[in-house]
Design a binder for this molecule. Structure first.
Ligand code: ZN
Length: 120
């Protein structure tokens, strides 16, 4: 039995009404609580989401996963997010970005030929 874990995020229901969804996990049990946001919170949420979208378009320099390599890969936060989400969905593991296939091949060779798995 671990400590209760809680996650909170925003969700829209079918009619576009925003809710704060709290997901609580205690042991093997999962609870979900949908809290509707009132008008003021809705405005705050809209602002927050707008900022989030703007941030997503900003380019960040992602360092190559090969520690011997000093190169960086320019990616928007959106691309970065999609990169991790798609690799998680497709392979059920986190795959880290490399600047080139040569760098990736080098790292894969060091790790016995398999993609790098990352817990968490
Ligand atoms: Zn590299």
């Amino acid at each position: 039995m671990g400590a209760p874990q809680e996650r909170a995020y925003f969700r829209y229901n079918r009619v576009g009404k925003p809710y704060l969804v709290r997901r609580i996990r205690v042991g093997n049990q999962r609870k979900e609580q949908w809290i509707p946001l009132d008008e003021i919170d809705r405005e705050t949420l809209a602002t927050a989401l707008k900022i989030k979208d703007e941030v997503k378009e900003q380019t960040v320099q992602v360092p190559c996963t090969n520690p011997k390599c000093k190169k960086t890969i320019p990616m928007t936060k959106k691309q970065l997010e999609e990169f991790f989400i798609s690799s998680k969905k497709r392979y059920d593991m986190i795959i880290f970005p490399f600047c080139s296939t040569a760098c990736r091949a080098e790292m894969l060779a060091q790790h016995g030929g398999g993609p790098t798995d990352h817990q968490g």
